[in-house]
Design a protein around this ligand. Structure first.
Ligand SMILES: Cc1cc2nc3c(=O)[nH]c(=O)nc-3n(C[C@H](O)[C@H](O)[C@H](O)COP(=O)(O)OP(=O)(O)OC[C@H]3O[C@@H](n4cnc5c(N)ncnc54)[C@H](O)[C@@H]3O)c2cc1C
Length: 552
């Protein structure tokens, strides 16, 4: 039997094959020669901004970067003191194989990846689930008591019953756009205003089971771990994750994912117009991004301007803003007339998820030692209702320093950590893990300084990532579709949005990359360019396959 085509992040709202667009020999398109060398301001040197800059440079434009924090943004791999390649992944850390546009760049830049040690995967080896003081050790789902399989099965049944899951996935695999739209658009109408929790509790599959089953689902979930932090989110957000397999077949990058944005910054593309061979983004930006942007406005001549935090103002042919959308009204004086009031409503209503992680480096992957009585691994990837929630173990090879993400949590669990200093976070996590592993002395293995992050306390972010609430579909649609500017009044044209915040799949890097590519198409059009007839871009396909419009 021929192998089934893989599930990729193809839609479902806008099923456009970004991966095919990227690898087509005709390239993404062209811009009239008279526009070559024009400057485009890019606010934020995260992956969305870098993808925009890289592709616009290839088309002959001059991307000028502004960055108020660190290059790489939320792809941040902090190296443990004294080492060169032992890292804590503070932002994105597990990258589903379905993220095809993202892997296009990872492969181009030669980044090496390995399967991520998620619960109940071969890469984790073993998993411990600790709920209400009871601890279970497992290598596969089959090793757990029947109630866990009932919960996993109930979620599969609920997806089938409530969302026609297999048919949706099949349409994604086949890249059958018409069928996909026919199946997805009614779900948008049905579920925009329902939460994930509503979906679970109203399903026949869970109704016939106990509250305990729903509780276990919330604590442990299936795939990447607990799901209860997402219970208040719009069900559409969760369905997108499930149906595009964002929660499956994930990989991590050896040496840290931050190397991808850093390499993109210095990568000289093989093919580019206008610029000499060997040109890269770093070179076009005198080696470093400009400071953070503090104002974006249109001058009396109608030109877009950006002012940096030290007061330097420059004019640009176009501007792409990739920073989190709240920052457009809290950190940057963005002239109000650049966006419609409807778009401002959407930008300001964005809801962020909080997230906290705390890591320690240890002398070696001691957790693989066997327990003298049980013969089990001394410690395992651990999911628990205690405050650590998820503990992930990164084995860098025998007798090499390895990394423990002691705790990775979201929402209220992350807020418990927010005011606490680093050492107290580590202490609390060690105390919680001691209750699960009374015989293991984790502290005796710690070397170097621990590392922690709370994205919501960083003024360059204000939160980890968007998590749309019920009723947010229309807002998402306005932000995502803003790159289609032909119908906009002149005063609103030429400024584009990109990045995680305007994506349909926030918290997944693929959405940041895909929205970056939409902005590339938007800028190309704005400057009189177009795609090759054999390789239409997202804006060419948008009128036919764009997201369904729900009336106001
Ligand atoms: C905790 C966490 C876990 C995640 N896990 C995963 C995962 O497992 N898998 C996955 O695929 N994705 C994951 N993600 C999502 C992924 O990291 C993001 O989708 C992606 O990195 C976002 O890229 P971006 O370019 O849109 O935004 P960012 O990376 O946020 O880039 C925007 C940039 O704008 C800068 N900026 C802010 N204000 C200004 C200003 N005034 N002037 C100039 N610059 C400014 C910021 O400093 C930042 O560098 C995770 C994210 C977080 C936070």
């Amino acid at each position: 039997m021929p192998a089934l085509p893989p599930v990729t992040l193809f839609g479902p709202d806008f099923p456009f094959a970004y991966d095919d667009w990227l690898r087509h020999p005709a390239g993404l398109g062209q811009i009239p020669a008279r526009q070559h060398g024009q400057r485009v301001a890019i606010i934020g040197a995260g992956i969305a901004g870098l993808v925009c800059g890289f592709e616009l440079m290839k088309l002959g434009l001059q991307p000028v970067f502004y960055e108020s924090g660190q290059l790489g943004g939320r792809l941040r791999s902090q190296v443990f003191e004294g080492t060169e390649d032992v890292v804590a992944e503070l932002g994105g850390m597990r990258f589903p194989e379905s993220s095809r546009a993202f892997y296009h760049y990872a492969d181009l830049l030669g980044a090496r990846s390995r399967p991520f040690p998620n619960p109940l995967t071969q890469a984790a080896g073993s998993t411990v689930i600790d709920l209400e003081g009871e601890t279970f050790y497992a290598e596969t789902l089959q090793d757990l008591p029947p109630i866990f399989r009932e919960v996993a099965g109930a979620y599969q049944d609920a997806l089938e019953e409530g969302a026609g899951f297999s048919a949706l996935k099949q349409a994604i695999r086949q890249r059958d756009r018409d069928t996909l739209k026919a199946l997805w658009n009614p779900l948008v109408r049905d579920w925009d205003e329902g939460t994930f929790y509503d979906f679970i509790t109203s399903s026949r599959a869970f109704k016939r089971l106990s509250f305990r089953h729903r509780e276990i689902f919330g604590q442990v979930g299936f795939g990447t771990g607990g799901w209860d932090s997402d219970f208040p989110s719009s069900m559409l957000e969760i369905l997108r994750v499930n149906v595009t397999e964002c929660d499956d077949n994930q990989r991590f990058f050896v040496g840290g994912v931050e190397q991808i944005p850093r390499r993109l910054w210095r990568h000289a593309p093989g093919r580019l117009v206008h610029w000499p061979q060997g040109t890269h983004l770093a070179g076009l930006n005198q080696g470093a991004p400009r400071p953070g942007a503090s104002a974006i406005f249109r001058d009396p001549q109608g030109q877009l301007n950006v002012t940096d935090q030290w007061g330097r103002t420059d004019r640009f042919a176009a501007v792409i803003a990739t920073c989190q959308s709240w920052l457009l009204s809290t950190a940057i004086q963005t002239q109000e007339s650049l966006f419609s009031q409807k778009l401002w409503m959407a930008l300001d209503r964005t809801r962020y998820m909080q997230s906290s992680k705390t890591f320690v480096m240890v002398d070696r992957p001691f957790w693989k030692d066997k327990h003298p009585q049980t013969g089990h691994d001394l410690m395992s990837m651990t999911l628990t209702d205690r405050l650590t929630r998820g503990t992930y173990l990164f084995d860098n090879g025998p007798d090499r320093p390895s990394v423990m993400c002691l705790t990775y949590s979201w929402m209220s669990d992350a807020l418990k950590m927010l005011p606490l200093p680093l050492n107290q976070r580590v202490r609390l996590a060690l105390d919680a893990l001691k209750k699960i592993y009374p015989d293991v002395d984790i502290a005796s293995h710690i070397i170097g300084d621990p590392i922690t992050v709370s994205w919501e306390s960083d003024p360059n972010f204000l939160g980890a990532f968007k998590g749309a609430l019920p009723g947010h579909y229309r807002y998402n649609h306005r932000m995502y579709g803003h790159f289609m500017q032909e119908a906009l009044p002149a005063q609103e044209r030429g400024i584009f949005l990109a990045g995680d915040d305007i994506s349909w799949t926030p918290a997944w890097v693929e959405g940041a990359v895909q929205t970056g590519l939409n902005a590339v198409w938007g800028v190309m059009h704005h400057l009189g360019g177009h795609c090759h007839a054999d390789n239409p871009g997202p804006g060419d396909e948008y009128p036919r396959y764009g997201p369904v419009a729900l009336g106001d």
